[in-house]
Design a protein around this ligand. Structure first.
Ligand code: PHB
Length: 399
């Protein structure tokens, strides 16, 4: 009996030594898991979990616990309450997720007050990163795509006039402003600005498209949230006969999200977008990512730009946990994130130490049809784009 005690005691001790040093880092994940845009949260979460599963050993014995909460809608209030609870009750070390801009905007003051690092995995309104020194972003600013798209539309696509359609909330307004600055700066003229409903509900796009058809600009630049909005918008572009009327639909990558592309059919063929990720990108890191995704989630499932941000975001969190040896201090975590570089499926990325926003390549890309499959073909790459809103010090970005 005594011997048994001694043996057991030694076993417990042997387990206790690494356990005493191994931290469980709590990560509060606030995302949209229900409603029209539930698929956003699913895509990002799948990518985060896949990264963790495949890179567990990087953590050196520490663990990461994902505490997931459903922010439901883009209104901001639900997300803010959840973030408050995650911080005060669950005592999370890191906050992440945030697919809709208003949810990130509403939650930002809590990150500051509670001193919790907040890593944004989607929300794209440019000035979100200025709202707290504890915010960093691995996704994109609306300006990453919209501003260069404006220049490209005027200079390369030869559009002299453009109408802009946008979902009427912060990232939509941001995308309008960015495109307009890029387009008019390159000699084009925005002739119509059309708010097209809100992000919580997919509107009937017919009246907006009809208005564009009547005004007949050379280009129609559109930002709508990816997913059901984008699918319905591209379908209506086809139904209303805008292409046949000579109006070219262009936009950021959201309008040709990988998960929706195949179902968009012929109206999507030929669309030119500016973006940072497509499952078709031909680089070794992306090939490995897509392969791992198919193995984990099935051959019919595809990652998209939201998944790429989830993957990269999880890599950033793992990097922080590893570097700080499991002891998360907000100021130190932000220092570790500043200048972090990673070989992402989208290409090389970095967190800009000055702005805490992502630096990444912008791709001019076109949808083509090969056999029955719609594919994204890269026409041109603009390397290492920093958020133009902050580079140009526009409005709330001028801080
Ligand atoms: C946002 O709310 O910032 C947002 C949502 C969906 C997108 C892009 C941006 O596709």
């Amino acid at each position: 009996m005594r011997l048994l005690h001694t043996v057991l005691g030694a076993a417990v001790l042997a387990l206790a030594v690494p356990a005493a040093h191994a931290a469980n880092v709590k990560v509060g994940v606030v995302m949209t898991y229900s409603g029209v845009n539930a698929e956003y949260g699913d895509q990002i979460t799948r990518a985060m979990e896949l990264y963790l599963k495949l890179n567990q050993k990087e953590l050196g014995g520490h663990t990461i616990e994902l505490i997931k909460r459903d922010s439901k809608n883009p209104g901001g209030a639900v997300a803010k309450t959840l973030v408050q609870e995650l911080v005060t009750r669950d005592k999370v070390d890191i906050l992440t997720g945030f697919v809709f801009s208003p949810n990130a905007i509403a939650s930002a003051p809590i990150a500051t007050q509670a001193k919790v690092p907040m890593l944004i995995m989607n929300a794209g309104t440019a000035w979100i990163t200025t709202l707290s020194p504890y915010i960093a972003r691995v996704s994109f600013s609306m300006w990453h795509a919209a501003y260069p798209m404006g220049g490209y539309a005027a200079k390369t696509l030869g559009c002299k006039t453009a109408a802009v359609g946008y979902t009427d909330y912060p990232p939509g307004k941001d995308s309008l402003e960015a495109f307009k600055m890029g387009f008019e700066g390159a000699g084009g003229k925005v002739t119509d600005e059309i708010p097209m409903g809100n992000p919580a509900q997919v509107p009937d796009f017919t009246p907006f498209m009809q208005r564009v058809k009547d005004n007949k600009p050379d280009c129609f630049y559109v930002f709508v949230p990816a997913g059901p909005h984008a699918a319905a918008m591209v379908k209506t572009y086809g139904d209303v006969g805008l292409r046949a009327a000579g109006v070219r639909l262009i936009g950021p990558l959201d309008i040709i999200q990988d998960t929706k592309l195949q179902s968009m059919g012929d109206p999507a063929v030929g669309l030119v977008t500016m973006g940072h990720y497509a499952a078709d990108y031909d680089n070794p890191v992306n090939k490995a990512f897509v392969k791992a995704w198919h193995e984990a989630y099935g051959a019919n499932s595809t990652p998209d730009f939201m998944a790429a941000a989830g993957w990269d975001g999880m890599a950033a969190i793992v990097h922080v946990v590893k570097t700080l040896n499991g002891k998360i201090d907000a100021d130190k975590a932000m220092q570790v994130l500043a200048g972090w570089k990673f070989d992402s499926p989208r290409g090389p990325i970095m967190i800009d130490p000055q702005t805490r926003d992502i630096v990444m390549n912008a791709h001019v890309q076109r949808v083509v049809k090969k056999g029955d499959r719609l594919m994204v073909e890269v026409l041109d790459v603009i390397p290492a784009v920093k958020d133009p809103c902050k580079e140009l010090k526009v409005g709330k970005c001028a801080q």
